[in-house]
Ligand binder design. Sequence first.
Ligand SMILES: CC(=O)N[C@H]1[C@@H](OP(=O)(O)OP(=O)(O)OC[C@H]2O[C@@H](n3ccc(=O)[nH]c3=O)[C@H](O)[C@@H]2O)O[C@H](CO)[C@@H](O)[C@@H]1O
Ligand SMILES: C=C(OP(=O)(O)O)C(=O)O
Length: 478
Amino acid sequence: MASKFNPLRYDLPPNTRACLFQDPKQLSSPPKTPIQDPKLIINGGSTLSGHVSISGSKNSALPILAATLCCSGSSNLKNVPCLSDTRTMASILESLGAQLMTFNGEIVVNTDGLLSVEPDSAEIRKLRGGFFVLGPLLARFGEATVGLPGGCDIGTRPIDLYIHGLQALGATVELRDGKVQAHVSNGKGLTGASFGLDCPSVGATETLMMAACLAEGNTVISNAAQEPEIIDLAGFLTNCGAAVEGAGTDTLYISGRRRLYGSEYSIMPDRIEAGTYMLAAAITRSHISMSPVIYSNLTSLLDKLSRAGCKILHLSDDTLELSAVPGATGDNLQGFSIKTRPFPGFPTDLQPLTMALLSTCKGISVIEETVFENRMSHELQKFGAKIQVCGSTALVFGKGNASPLCGSQVIATDLRGGMSLVLAGLAAEGCTEISGISHVDRGYESLEMKLQGLGANVTRMTSSSGPSQNFGISFASL
Ligand SMILES: CC(=O)N[C@H]1[C@@H](OP(=O)(O)OP(=O)(O)OC[C@H]2O[C@@H](n3ccc(=O)[nH]c3=O)[C@H](O)[C@@H]2O)O[C@H](CO)[C@@H](O)[C@@H]1O
Ligand SMILES: C=C(OP(=O)(O)O)C(=O)O
Protein backbone atom coordinates (compact mmCIF):
# COMPACT_ATOMS: atom_id res chain seq x y z
CA MET A 1 0.00 0.00 0.00
CA ALA A 2 1.37 3.39 -0.88
CA SER A 3 2.42 5.60 2.03
CA LYS A 4 0.52 8.75 2.94
CA PHE A 5 1.92 11.42 0.65
CA ASN A 6 3.13 14.35 2.68
CA PRO A 7 5.37 16.43 0.46
CA LEU A 8 7.78 18.86 2.06
CA ARG A 9 8.80 20.69 -1.06
CA TYR A 10 6.01 19.72 -3.40
CA ASP A 11 5.20 23.09 -4.80
CA LEU A 12 3.76 21.96 -8.09
CA PRO A 13 0.12 22.29 -9.10
CA PRO A 14 -1.56 18.93 -8.46
CA ASN A 15 -3.05 16.95 -11.32
CA THR A 16 -1.34 18.91 -14.08
CA ARG A 17 -1.79 16.16 -16.61
CA ALA A 18 -1.73 17.16 -20.22
CA CYS A 19 -4.25 15.37 -22.40
CA LEU A 20 -1.17 13.92 -24.05
CA PHE A 21 -1.03 11.48 -21.16
CA GLN A 22 -4.56 10.18 -21.51
CA ASP A 23 -3.38 7.85 -24.28
CA PRO A 24 -4.56 4.34 -23.37
CA LYS A 25 -1.40 2.80 -24.78
CA GLN A 26 0.44 3.04 -21.46
CA LEU A 27 3.86 1.51 -21.21
CA SER A 28 2.90 -0.94 -18.53
CA SER A 29 0.08 -2.48 -20.56
CA PRO A 30 0.42 -6.25 -20.39
CA PRO A 31 1.75 -7.91 -23.56
CA LYS A 32 -1.10 -9.11 -25.80
CA THR A 33 0.11 -12.73 -25.71
CA PRO A 34 1.38 -13.87 -22.32
CA ILE A 35 4.92 -15.11 -22.68
CA GLN A 36 5.79 -17.93 -20.29
CA ASP A 37 9.12 -19.56 -19.75
CA PRO A 38 10.63 -18.49 -23.07
CA LYS A 39 13.56 -20.52 -24.42
CA LEU A 40 16.00 -19.88 -27.21
CA ILE A 41 16.82 -22.66 -29.63
CA ILE A 42 20.07 -22.10 -31.49
CA ASN A 43 21.42 -24.21 -34.32
CA GLY A 44 25.00 -23.14 -33.99
CA GLY A 45 28.21 -23.46 -35.90
CA SER A 46 27.53 -20.98 -38.70
CA THR A 47 29.23 -17.66 -39.25
CA LEU A 48 27.55 -14.27 -38.92
CA SER A 49 27.61 -11.45 -41.45
CA GLY A 50 26.01 -8.09 -42.10
CA HIS A 51 25.23 -5.08 -39.92
CA VAL A 52 23.58 -4.78 -36.51
CA SER A 53 22.04 -1.63 -35.00
CA ILE A 54 22.95 -0.93 -31.42
CA SER A 55 20.10 0.15 -29.14
CA GLY A 56 20.06 2.80 -26.45
CA SER A 57 21.84 1.98 -23.22
CA LYS A 58 19.85 0.10 -20.58
CA ASN A 59 22.10 1.29 -17.78
CA SER A 60 21.68 4.92 -18.88
CA ALA A 61 17.95 4.68 -19.53
CA LEU A 62 17.17 3.33 -16.04
CA PRO A 63 18.73 6.16 -13.99
CA ILE A 64 17.52 8.75 -16.50
CA LEU A 65 13.95 7.45 -16.19
CA ALA A 66 14.42 7.72 -12.40
CA ALA A 67 15.79 11.26 -12.83
CA THR A 68 12.53 12.39 -14.45
CA LEU A 69 11.21 12.31 -10.87
CA CYS A 70 13.49 15.30 -10.15
CA CYS A 71 11.75 17.40 -12.82
CA SER A 72 8.61 19.47 -13.15
CA GLY A 73 6.92 19.27 -16.51
CA SER A 74 7.49 16.62 -19.14
CA SER A 75 10.70 14.90 -20.15
CA ASN A 76 10.92 13.51 -23.67
CA LEU A 77 13.38 10.62 -23.80
CA LYS A 78 14.60 9.29 -27.14
CA ASN A 79 16.44 6.08 -27.92
CA VAL A 80 15.11 4.29 -24.81
CA PRO A 81 15.61 0.56 -25.48
CA CYS A 82 12.50 -1.61 -25.39
CA LEU A 83 13.48 -4.13 -22.73
CA SER A 84 11.75 -5.85 -19.85
CA ASP A 85 13.90 -3.69 -17.50
CA THR A 86 12.78 -0.41 -19.07
CA ARG A 87 9.16 -1.62 -19.05
CA THR A 88 9.53 -2.46 -15.35
CA MET A 89 11.02 0.98 -14.71
CA ALA A 90 8.09 2.56 -16.54
CA SER A 91 5.72 0.57 -14.38
CA ILE A 92 7.58 1.72 -11.23
CA LEU A 93 7.09 5.34 -12.27
CA GLU A 94 3.43 4.65 -13.00
CA SER A 95 3.02 3.05 -9.57
CA LEU A 96 3.99 6.45 -8.15
CA GLY A 97 1.36 8.18 -10.28
CA ALA A 98 3.65 9.38 -13.08
CA GLN A 99 2.10 9.67 -16.52
CA LEU A 100 3.94 8.01 -19.37
CA MET A 101 3.24 7.65 -23.02
CA THR A 102 5.15 6.75 -26.11
CA PHE A 103 5.00 8.00 -29.64
CA ASN A 104 7.38 7.58 -32.55
CA GLY A 105 9.52 5.34 -30.36
CA GLU A 106 10.03 8.03 -27.72
CA ILE A 107 8.86 8.10 -24.12
CA VAL A 108 7.34 11.16 -22.55
CA VAL A 109 7.28 11.14 -18.74
CA ASN A 110 5.42 13.62 -16.60
CA THR A 111 5.88 13.34 -12.85
CA ASP A 112 3.74 16.33 -11.83
CA GLY A 113 0.85 15.31 -9.65
CA LEU A 114 2.50 12.19 -8.20
CA LEU A 115 0.23 10.28 -5.84
CA SER A 116 2.76 8.36 -3.79
CA VAL A 117 6.39 8.26 -2.70
CA GLU A 118 6.34 4.48 -2.33
CA PRO A 119 6.81 2.56 -5.59
CA ASP A 120 5.46 -0.94 -6.07
CA SER A 121 7.90 -3.19 -4.16
CA ALA A 122 7.22 -6.21 -6.38
CA GLU A 123 8.43 -4.21 -9.39
CA ILE A 124 11.45 -2.81 -7.50
CA ARG A 125 12.52 -6.40 -6.69
CA LYS A 126 12.78 -7.21 -10.42
CA LEU A 127 15.84 -5.05 -11.12
CA ARG A 128 18.62 -3.02 -9.54
CA GLY A 129 17.79 0.21 -11.35
CA GLY A 130 14.36 0.58 -9.70
CA PHE A 131 16.08 1.47 -6.43
CA PHE A 132 17.52 4.58 -8.10
CA VAL A 133 14.16 6.34 -7.54
CA LEU A 134 15.08 6.69 -3.85
CA GLY A 135 17.33 9.75 -4.35
CA PRO A 136 15.00 11.75 -6.63
CA LEU A 137 11.89 11.05 -4.52
CA LEU A 138 13.62 12.04 -1.31
CA ALA A 139 15.14 15.17 -2.85
CA ARG A 140 11.96 16.43 -4.49
CA PHE A 141 9.33 15.37 -1.97
CA GLY A 142 11.26 15.06 1.30
CA GLU A 143 10.36 11.42 1.84
CA ALA A 144 10.48 8.05 0.14
CA THR A 145 9.86 4.40 0.97
CA VAL A 146 11.51 2.02 -1.44
CA GLY A 147 11.70 -1.79 -1.26
CA LEU A 148 15.06 -3.50 -1.50
CA PRO A 149 16.28 -3.90 -5.07
CA GLY A 150 16.70 -7.02 -7.15
CA GLY A 151 18.85 -7.32 -10.24
CA CYS A 152 21.28 -10.01 -11.24
CA ASP A 153 22.29 -12.44 -8.54
CA ILE A 154 26.01 -11.83 -8.95
CA GLY A 155 27.04 -10.91 -5.42
CA THR A 156 25.73 -9.47 -2.16
CA ARG A 157 25.17 -6.02 -3.74
CA PRO A 158 24.68 -4.00 -0.54
CA ILE A 159 23.11 -0.53 -0.42
CA ASP A 160 25.18 0.93 2.42
CA LEU A 161 26.77 3.62 0.23
CA TYR A 162 23.36 4.87 -0.91
CA ILE A 163 22.22 5.12 2.73
CA HIS A 164 25.38 6.76 4.09
CA GLY A 165 25.44 9.23 1.21
CA LEU A 166 21.81 10.27 1.71
CA GLN A 167 22.43 10.57 5.45
CA ALA A 168 25.35 12.90 4.66
CA LEU A 169 22.85 15.05 2.73
CA GLY A 170 20.71 15.30 5.87
CA ALA A 171 18.22 12.46 5.45
CA THR A 172 17.09 10.09 8.16
CA VAL A 173 17.19 6.61 6.67
CA GLU A 174 15.93 3.38 8.23
CA LEU A 175 15.47 -0.15 7.03
CA ARG A 176 12.04 -1.39 8.13
CA ASP A 177 9.97 -4.34 6.88
CA GLY A 178 12.36 -4.94 4.02
CA LYS A 179 12.03 -1.37 2.80
CA VAL A 180 14.24 1.68 3.01
CA GLN A 181 12.30 4.50 4.63
CA ALA A 182 13.88 7.91 4.24
CA HIS A 183 12.77 11.38 5.14
CA VAL A 184 14.14 14.85 5.72
CA SER A 185 12.93 16.34 8.99
CA ASN A 186 14.28 19.90 8.78
CA GLY A 187 11.23 21.11 6.85
CA LYS A 188 13.42 22.40 4.01
CA GLY A 189 14.90 19.43 2.21
CA LEU A 190 18.30 17.87 1.61
CA THR A 191 21.41 19.96 2.22
CA GLY A 192 24.57 19.79 0.12
CA ALA A 193 27.60 18.09 1.70
CA SER A 194 30.93 16.46 0.91
CA PHE A 195 30.81 12.70 0.73
CA GLY A 196 33.42 10.12 -0.25
CA LEU A 197 32.31 6.71 -1.52
CA ASP A 198 34.22 3.71 -0.10
CA CYS A 199 34.17 2.24 -3.60
CA PRO A 200 33.06 3.86 -6.87
CA SER A 201 29.55 2.39 -6.97
CA VAL A 202 27.69 3.30 -10.16
CA GLY A 203 24.21 3.17 -8.62
CA ALA A 204 25.20 5.02 -5.44
CA THR A 205 26.94 7.74 -7.48
CA GLU A 206 23.82 8.12 -9.66
CA THR A 207 21.46 8.18 -6.68
CA LEU A 208 23.48 10.79 -4.79
CA MET A 209 24.03 12.88 -7.91
CA MET A 210 20.26 13.07 -8.54
CA ALA A 211 19.57 13.85 -4.88
CA ALA A 212 22.28 16.54 -4.73
CA CYS A 213 20.86 18.32 -7.79
CA LEU A 214 17.83 19.33 -5.68
CA ALA A 215 19.68 19.77 -2.35
CA GLU A 216 20.29 23.22 -0.92
CA GLY A 217 23.90 24.31 -1.49
CA ASN A 218 26.91 22.51 -2.88
CA THR A 219 27.77 18.81 -2.86
CA VAL A 220 31.09 17.15 -3.61
CA ILE A 221 31.08 13.40 -4.25
CA SER A 222 34.59 11.94 -4.25
CA ASN A 223 35.67 8.48 -5.38
CA ALA A 224 32.66 8.68 -7.70
CA ALA A 225 32.04 6.13 -10.46
CA GLN A 226 33.39 7.32 -13.82
CA GLU A 227 31.30 5.10 -16.10
CA PRO A 228 29.91 6.62 -19.33
CA GLU A 229 26.41 6.15 -17.90
CA ILE A 230 27.28 8.74 -15.22
CA ILE A 231 28.13 11.22 -17.99
CA ASP A 232 24.84 10.42 -19.76
CA LEU A 233 22.84 10.97 -16.58
CA ALA A 234 24.71 14.21 -15.92
CA GLY A 235 23.89 15.26 -19.50
CA PHE A 236 20.17 14.76 -18.92
CA LEU A 237 20.22 16.50 -15.52
CA THR A 238 22.15 19.44 -16.98
CA ASN A 239 19.57 19.74 -19.78
CA CYS A 240 16.95 19.94 -17.04
CA GLY A 241 18.72 22.86 -15.37
CA ALA A 242 21.03 21.07 -12.93
CA ALA A 243 24.59 22.21 -12.26
CA VAL A 244 26.83 19.12 -12.35
CA GLU A 245 30.55 19.23 -13.04
CA GLY A 246 33.16 16.52 -13.17
CA ALA A 247 31.03 13.69 -14.59
CA GLY A 248 33.43 11.09 -15.97
CA THR A 249 36.09 11.93 -13.37
CA ASP A 250 36.35 10.67 -9.80
CA THR A 251 34.96 13.87 -8.25
CA LEU A 252 31.54 15.36 -8.89
CA TYR A 253 30.70 18.95 -7.99
CA ILE A 254 27.00 19.68 -7.81
CA SER A 255 25.36 22.97 -7.05
CA GLY A 256 21.80 22.33 -5.91
CA ARG A 257 18.84 23.97 -7.65
CA ARG A 258 15.38 24.59 -6.23
CA ARG A 259 13.73 23.06 -9.27
CA LEU A 260 14.63 21.11 -12.40
CA TYR A 261 12.51 21.20 -15.54
CA GLY A 262 11.81 18.23 -17.79
CA SER A 263 13.70 18.30 -21.08
CA GLU A 264 14.36 16.35 -24.26
CA TYR A 265 17.27 13.91 -24.21
CA SER A 266 18.59 11.08 -26.35
CA ILE A 267 20.03 8.08 -24.49
CA MET A 268 23.54 7.09 -25.60
CA PRO A 269 24.16 3.77 -27.42
CA ASP A 270 24.56 0.69 -25.23
CA ARG A 271 28.29 -0.07 -24.87
CA ILE A 272 27.59 -3.48 -23.35
CA GLU A 273 25.30 -4.50 -26.22
CA ALA A 274 27.92 -3.30 -28.74
CA GLY A 275 30.60 -5.29 -26.89
CA THR A 276 28.32 -8.32 -26.91
CA TYR A 277 27.94 -8.24 -30.72
CA MET A 278 31.72 -7.79 -31.10
CA LEU A 279 32.21 -10.89 -28.97
CA ALA A 280 29.50 -12.72 -30.97
CA ALA A 281 31.44 -11.99 -34.17
CA ALA A 282 34.71 -13.08 -32.55
CA ILE A 283 33.38 -16.35 -31.12
CA THR A 284 31.83 -17.33 -34.47
CA ARG A 285 34.97 -16.20 -36.36
CA SER A 286 32.81 -13.83 -38.41
CA HIS A 287 32.92 -10.42 -40.02
CA ILE A 288 30.18 -7.95 -39.06
CA SER A 289 29.66 -4.21 -38.69
CA MET A 290 27.66 -2.25 -36.15
CA SER A 291 26.53 1.28 -35.32
CA PRO A 292 26.18 3.51 -33.45
CA VAL A 293 29.21 2.80 -31.28
CA ILE A 294 31.12 5.24 -29.05
CA TYR A 295 34.66 3.84 -29.38
CA SER A 296 36.02 5.56 -26.29
CA ASN A 297 33.47 3.68 -24.17
CA LEU A 298 34.85 0.32 -25.32
CA THR A 299 38.63 0.83 -25.43
CA SER A 300 39.48 -1.94 -22.96
CA LEU A 301 37.54 -4.56 -24.95
CA LEU A 302 38.75 -3.31 -28.35
CA ASP A 303 42.40 -3.49 -27.17
CA LYS A 304 41.97 -7.09 -26.02
CA LEU A 305 40.17 -8.18 -29.20
CA SER A 306 42.84 -6.58 -31.42
CA ARG A 307 45.59 -8.31 -29.47
CA ALA A 308 43.71 -11.61 -29.80
CA GLY A 309 43.89 -11.22 -33.57
CA CYS A 310 40.55 -9.58 -34.50
CA LYS A 311 40.75 -6.92 -37.21
CA ILE A 312 38.86 -3.82 -36.14
CA LEU A 313 38.12 -0.99 -38.53
CA HIS A 314 36.43 2.31 -37.69
CA LEU A 315 34.34 2.81 -40.84
CA SER A 316 33.08 6.20 -39.68
CA ASP A 317 32.67 8.23 -36.49
CA ASP A 318 30.22 5.72 -35.10
CA THR A 319 30.44 2.60 -37.27
CA LEU A 320 32.74 -0.27 -36.45
CA GLU A 321 33.62 -3.35 -38.44
CA LEU A 322 35.08 -6.42 -36.77
CA SER A 323 36.57 -9.41 -38.55
CA ALA A 324 37.67 -12.61 -36.85
CA VAL A 325 37.59 -14.72 -40.03
CA PRO A 326 40.43 -17.28 -39.94
CA GLY A 327 43.27 -16.69 -42.40
CA ALA A 328 44.90 -19.23 -44.72
CA THR A 329 46.96 -20.55 -41.80
CA GLY A 330 43.90 -21.60 -39.83
CA ASP A 331 42.30 -20.24 -36.67
CA ASN A 332 43.61 -16.85 -35.73
CA LEU A 333 42.43 -16.01 -32.24
CA GLN A 334 44.82 -16.16 -29.33
CA GLY A 335 43.58 -16.20 -25.72
CA PHE A 336 44.20 -13.25 -23.40
CA SER A 337 43.76 -12.48 -19.73
CA ILE A 338 41.39 -9.95 -18.19
CA LYS A 339 40.80 -8.39 -14.80
CA THR A 340 37.48 -6.58 -14.40
CA ARG A 341 37.67 -3.04 -13.04
CA PRO A 342 35.47 0.04 -12.82
CA PHE A 343 35.57 2.18 -15.98
CA PRO A 344 37.87 2.66 -17.87
CA GLY A 345 38.93 -0.87 -16.86
CA PHE A 346 37.51 -4.03 -18.38
CA PRO A 347 33.71 -4.02 -17.76
CA THR A 348 32.41 -6.70 -15.42
CA ASP A 349 29.23 -6.89 -17.56
CA LEU A 350 31.31 -8.26 -20.46
CA GLN A 351 33.28 -10.74 -18.35
CA PRO A 352 31.03 -13.83 -18.75
CA LEU A 353 30.74 -13.21 -22.50
CA THR A 354 34.50 -12.85 -22.83
CA MET A 355 34.87 -16.13 -20.97
CA ALA A 356 32.76 -17.83 -23.64
CA LEU A 357 35.03 -16.41 -26.38
CA LEU A 358 38.24 -17.39 -24.55
CA SER A 359 37.07 -20.99 -24.31
CA THR A 360 37.38 -21.11 -28.13
CA CYS A 361 40.75 -19.32 -28.42
CA LYS A 362 44.27 -20.73 -28.35
CA GLY A 363 46.14 -21.06 -25.06
CA ILE A 364 45.28 -20.61 -21.39
CA SER A 365 43.58 -17.39 -20.27
CA VAL A 366 43.12 -16.06 -16.74
CA ILE A 367 39.98 -14.13 -15.79
CA GLU A 368 39.85 -12.18 -12.53
CA GLU A 369 36.50 -10.73 -11.49
CA THR A 370 37.10 -7.93 -8.99
CA VAL A 371 33.78 -6.04 -9.04
CA PHE A 372 31.21 -8.71 -8.07
CA GLU A 373 32.07 -11.79 -6.03
CA ASN A 374 29.76 -14.28 -7.73
CA ARG A 375 29.78 -13.66 -11.47
CA MET A 376 31.07 -16.99 -12.73
CA SER A 377 28.20 -19.35 -11.98
CA HIS A 378 26.98 -20.13 -15.48
CA GLU A 379 26.89 -23.33 -17.46
CA LEU A 380 29.58 -22.77 -20.11
CA GLN A 381 31.25 -26.06 -19.17
CA LYS A 382 28.18 -27.92 -20.47
CA PHE A 383 29.26 -26.88 -23.99
CA GLY A 384 32.56 -28.68 -23.42
CA ALA A 385 34.39 -25.47 -22.45
CA LYS A 386 37.35 -26.25 -20.20
CA ILE A 387 37.08 -23.76 -17.35
CA GLN A 388 38.34 -24.05 -13.77
CA VAL A 389 36.75 -21.58 -11.39
CA CYS A 390 38.31 -20.83 -8.02
CA GLY A 391 36.49 -18.06 -6.16
CA SER A 392 36.50 -15.03 -8.43
CA THR A 393 39.28 -16.30 -10.71
CA ALA A 394 38.87 -18.62 -13.66
CA LEU A 395 41.40 -20.45 -15.77
CA VAL A 396 40.12 -20.98 -19.29
CA PHE A 397 41.84 -23.72 -21.26
CA GLY A 398 41.11 -22.62 -24.81
CA LYS A 399 40.11 -25.39 -27.20
CA GLY A 400 40.85 -23.39 -30.33
CA ASN A 401 38.26 -23.23 -33.06
CA ALA A 402 39.58 -26.51 -34.52
CA SER A 403 37.91 -28.33 -31.60
CA PRO A 404 34.56 -26.58 -31.33
CA LEU A 405 32.09 -26.34 -28.48
CA CYS A 406 29.11 -28.75 -28.61
CA GLY A 407 25.46 -27.70 -28.40
CA SER A 408 23.83 -28.23 -25.01
CA GLN A 409 20.71 -27.79 -22.87
CA VAL A 410 21.41 -25.01 -20.39
CA ILE A 411 19.66 -22.57 -18.06
CA ALA A 412 20.31 -18.82 -17.91
CA THR A 413 20.31 -17.56 -14.33
CA ASP A 414 21.37 -13.95 -14.90
CA LEU A 415 21.55 -11.42 -17.72
CA ARG A 416 25.16 -11.47 -18.93
CA GLY A 417 25.82 -15.05 -17.81
CA GLY A 418 22.72 -15.98 -19.86
CA MET A 419 24.02 -14.09 -22.87
CA SER A 420 27.36 -15.91 -22.56
CA LEU A 421 25.37 -19.12 -23.10
CA VAL A 422 23.82 -17.59 -26.23
CA LEU A 423 27.30 -16.79 -27.59
CA ALA A 424 28.49 -20.32 -26.80
CA GLY A 425 25.39 -21.70 -28.55
CA LEU A 426 26.11 -19.62 -31.67
CA ALA A 427 29.64 -21.04 -31.85
CA ALA A 428 28.79 -24.62 -30.87
CA GLU A 429 28.24 -27.46 -33.32
CA GLY A 430 24.63 -28.68 -33.15
CA CYS A 431 21.55 -27.58 -31.26
CA THR A 432 21.46 -25.57 -28.03
CA GLU A 433 18.38 -24.97 -25.89
CA ILE A 434 18.61 -22.13 -23.37
CA SER A 435 15.83 -21.71 -20.83
CA GLY A 436 15.49 -18.81 -18.39
CA ILE A 437 15.80 -16.42 -21.34
CA SER A 438 13.73 -13.79 -19.49
CA HIS A 439 16.98 -12.92 -17.68
CA VAL A 440 18.57 -12.09 -21.03
CA ASP A 441 15.51 -10.13 -22.17
CA ARG A 442 16.23 -7.67 -19.33
CA GLY A 443 19.12 -6.26 -21.34
CA TYR A 444 18.98 -7.14 -25.05
CA GLU A 445 16.45 -5.47 -27.33
CA SER A 446 15.04 -7.64 -30.14
CA LEU A 447 17.64 -10.28 -29.39
CA GLU A 448 16.70 -13.04 -31.80
CA MET A 449 15.70 -10.60 -34.54
CA LYS A 450 19.12 -8.94 -34.42
CA LEU A 451 20.87 -12.32 -34.41
CA GLN A 452 18.68 -13.60 -37.25
CA GLY A 453 19.54 -10.42 -39.18
CA LEU A 454 23.20 -11.44 -38.90
CA GLY A 455 22.34 -14.89 -40.28
CA ALA A 456 22.16 -16.85 -37.01
CA ASN A 457 19.71 -19.72 -36.73
CA VAL A 458 17.91 -18.69 -33.53
CA THR A 459 14.27 -19.24 -32.59
CA ARG A 460 12.31 -18.26 -29.51
CA MET A 461 9.99 -20.90 -28.06
CA THR A 462 7.36 -20.33 -25.43
CA SER A 463 5.68 -23.17 -23.57
CA SER A 464 2.26 -21.74 -24.42
CA SER A 465 2.64 -20.77 -28.05
CA GLY A 466 5.52 -22.68 -29.63
CA PRO A 467 7.96 -20.83 -31.87
CA SER A 468 7.63 -17.08 -31.75
CA GLN A 469 9.42 -14.60 -33.94
CA ASN A 470 7.70 -11.52 -32.62
CA PHE A 471 9.02 -10.83 -29.17
CA GLY A 472 10.90 -7.73 -30.20
CA ILE A 473 7.88 -5.46 -29.92
CA SER A 474 8.80 -1.83 -29.80
CA PHE A 475 7.55 0.74 -27.33
CA ALA A 476 5.74 2.35 -30.21
CA SER A 477 3.61 -0.76 -30.77
CA LEU A 478 2.58 -1.30 -27.16
C1 LIG B 1 21.49 -0.96 -13.51
C2 LIG B 1 22.95 -0.77 -13.58
O1 LIG B 1 23.43 0.28 -13.92
N1 LIG B 1 23.68 -1.84 -13.30
C3 LIG B 1 25.12 -1.77 -13.42
C4 LIG B 1 25.67 -1.12 -12.17
O2 LIG B 1 25.24 -1.91 -11.07
P1 LIG B 1 25.39 -1.34 -9.59
O3 LIG B 1 25.19 0.12 -9.59
O4 LIG B 1 24.54 -2.17 -8.73
O5 LIG B 1 26.92 -1.68 -9.32
P2 LIG B 1 27.90 -0.94 -8.31
O6 LIG B 1 28.84 -0.10 -9.10
O7 LIG B 1 27.10 -0.29 -7.25
O8 LIG B 1 28.68 -2.15 -7.67
C5 LIG B 1 30.09 -2.17 -7.66
C6 LIG B 1 30.57 -2.74 -6.35
O9 LIG B 1 30.20 -1.87 -5.30
C7 LIG B 1 29.65 -2.60 -4.23
N2 LIG B 1 28.68 -1.75 -3.50
C8 LIG B 1 27.72 -1.08 -4.19
C9 LIG B 1 26.81 -0.28 -3.54
C10 LIG B 1 26.90 -0.16 -2.14
O10 LIG B 1 26.12 0.54 -1.47
N3 LIG B 1 27.87 -0.85 -1.48
C11 LIG B 1 28.78 -1.63 -2.13
O11 LIG B 1 29.65 -2.23 -1.51
C12 LIG B 1 28.98 -3.78 -4.93
O12 LIG B 1 28.77 -4.84 -4.05
C13 LIG B 1 29.98 -4.11 -6.02
O13 LIG B 1 30.99 -4.93 -5.49
O14 LIG B 1 27.09 -1.09 -12.25
C14 LIG B 1 27.70 -2.38 -12.33
C15 LIG B 1 29.21 -2.18 -12.32
O15 LIG B 1 29.63 -1.57 -13.47
C16 LIG B 1 27.21 -3.11 -13.58
O16 LIG B 1 27.71 -4.42 -13.55
C17 LIG B 1 25.69 -3.16 -13.61
O17 LIG B 1 25.28 -3.63 -14.86
C1 LIG C 1 24.17 -6.60 -13.79
C2 LIG C 1 23.41 -5.99 -14.68
O1 LIG C 1 22.23 -5.40 -14.43
P1 LIG C 1 21.61 -5.14 -12.96
O2 LIG C 1 22.56 -4.21 -12.28
O3 LIG C 1 20.29 -4.54 -13.23
O4 LIG C 1 21.53 -6.45 -12.26
C3 LIG C 1 23.84 -5.88 -16.09
O5 LIG C 1 23.29 -5.03 -16.83
O6 LIG C 1 24.74 -6.65 -16.50
